[in-house]
Design a protein around this ligand. Structure first.
Ligand SMILES: [Zn+2]
Length: 79
């Protein structure tokens, strides 16, 4: 398996982080889409490719999910 180099943690600057496979906000798909990792040193979650916090991306992701479900709900109710 090919290991992509990790970006440094935005909080403490270490490159010791583990991949997150499941989160409350994105299920199993969200963290994979955003290369979400968690720092083993300070516990900060961030993007392993950009080395930046994923907070903005997570908020956008959640809004998109909510909108999709709202649209689906509206469609289902109209049937
Ligand atoms: Zn850290």
């Amino acid at each position: 398996m090919e290991q992509t180099p990790l970006a440094a943690c935005p909080t403490c600057g270490k490159t010791d982080a583990k991949k997150i496979t499941y989160t409350w906000w994105g299920g199993a798909l969200g963290p994979r889409m955003m290369n979400h990792v968690k720092c083993n040193n300070c516990g900060t979650g961030y993007n392993s490719k950009t080395g930046k916090s994923n907070t903005t991306a997570i908020v956008i992701y959640m809004v998109v999910i909510i909108v999709v479900f709202a649209i689906l709900g509206a469609i289902l109710q109209g049937m």
